[in-house]
Design a protein around this ligand. Structure first.
Ligand SMILES: [Zn+2]
Length: 415
């Protein structure tokens, strides 16, 4: 067999291995959930009523069913995209129109990315307007949903195109060490985005208002003061515009730091529970989880760029997918399409890392609140309101959950 033939079968094997593993994990989880479906798990007796529990089981099963169809669809689509010759065709067409300048190749990458996202739209639509709607979560209108997509495309053009063009230029300018330069530029870009996104991008999608004066604000500011957290702004986001799901998160860093609470979260929790949730978020900050995670992901992307630089010098890598070696743009695209079949296997490791941080932030919250109960109550309520799966299969949750399950978190908090 030729090198190209070997490459072909390796790729087929990797795509199949990931899809089969995903299907197996879904099945495992579905069976596990069904086996626990008849009654509320012992540890949650009294905390959740039968009706809500059975609704959460149905929600999990419905999502699982949709995602099984999606896994097969995505794998078939990836085969078609990789081996039908459609990508080289777009590449040749764009070249004959626009030439081979870095900006034209950047546009090719962007256009390919955009085209490849279209087949997924029906699933996203169905998920929002059928599944989420059915379980009472959807508050998005058709108009808002489509507008979000259009804004996303414009942002990709505005931000992604210049970045891709710069990376392709760096390949021309810096020779064999281009990958280090490209990695450095991407890090700078990410840092700038961390500062700009909360100010310029997030407001394009949501409205942010400072938490209004009152007992809640006083309580949260007192918490911030006693934990040494500079909290000039606690912002409320109109998450209810799209969904009834609730959340709280952190944006920016340094002087740009902001804590964001969904309006849905404020509706769902008591003041003391909200304080516990904020204490958890401050825990992430005080324990330096954000810079640690940034460093880890930077190391991951460094490895990624290095691997692309190696693959980009191999002519079989281009030829196996119908391209001619010469320009690096196809190698970037192919890597982008294929990296998921490798990184998937690392997801338990990444989730283990993030779960450790969740436990630490929980412990921090319990300490500064001097008790674990408010956080436990908050977590229970959030799980109930979001119809979270109370009985995920441990292997499944290892692959898919960045946060520990409710039961695991409660056990750790009780210690
Ligand atoms: Zn957290």
């Amino acid at each position: 067999m030729t090198v190209m033939g070997v490459a072909f079968w390796i790729v087929v094997g990797l795509v199949l291995a990931k899809a089969l593993a995903q299907l197996w994990l879904q099945n495992l989880n579905q069976q596990y959930v069904r086996a626990h479906a008849t009654r509320v798990p012992e540890s949650f007796k009294g905390a959740i009523d039968e009706q809500t529990y059975s609704k959460s089981v149905n929600y999990t099963l419905a999502k699982g069913k949709l995602s099984r169809i999606e896994i097969v669809y995505d794998a078939v689509l990836l085969f078609i995209v990789l081996f039908s010759g459609v990508l080289p065709l777009i590449y040749t067409l764009l070249h004959s129109w626009l030439g081979e300048a870095a900006w034209a190749n950047g546009l090719f990458l962007l256009a390919a990315g955009l085209l490849l996202s279209i087949p997924g739209l029906p699933f996203e639509w169905y998920h929002q307007f059928r599944l989420e709607e059915h379980f009472g979560f959807n508050t998005t209108t058709q108009k808002l949903w489509w507008l979000d997509r259009v804004k996303g495309i414009l942002l990709a053009l505005l931000l992604g195109w210049p970045l891709l063009t710069l990376i392709l230029k760096l390949v021309e300018w810096t020779g064999p060490w281009w990958w280090l330069w490209a990695w450095g530029s991407m890090l700078v870009f990410q840092m700038v985005m961390l500062i700009l996104a909360p100010v310029l991008i997030l407001p394009l999608f949501n409205k942010f208002t400072p938490l209004t004066d009152g007992s809640l604000r006083e309580r949260l500011l007192a918490l911030a003061a006693r934990t040494g957290f500079q909290a000039k702004s606690i912002q409320v986001m109109d998450g209810s515009k799209r969904s009834k799901h609730s959340n709280a998160f952190f944006t920016g860093f340094g002087g740009f730091r902001k804590i964001v609470l969904f309006d849905t979260l404020i509706q769902q929790l008591e003041e003391q529970e909200l304080e516990a949730v904020l204490a958890h978020e401050i825990g992430h900050f005080r324990l330096k989880h954000i810079p640690k995670t940034l460093i880890l992901s930077a190391l991951g992307s460094l490895a990624g760029f290095y691997v692309i630089s190696l693959l980009a010098t191999q002519s079989w890598f281009y030829r196996a997918f119908g391209f001619l070696p010469g320009n690096i743009a196809p190698a970037l695209l192919l890597f982008g399409l294929l990296s998921g079949v490798i990184t998937f296997w690392f997801s338990p490791l990444a989730h283990w890392w993030s779960r450790r941080h969740e436990y630490e932030a929980d412990a921090f919250a319990a300490k500064v609140m001097t008790q674990a109960q408010p956080l436990i109550r908050a977590l229970r309520k959030l799980n109930e309101k979001n119809l979270g799966n109370l009985t995920p299969h441990p292997v499944y949750s290892g692959f898919y959950y960045s946060h520990p399950g409710l039961l695991e978190r409660e056990r750790a908090l009780m210690k």
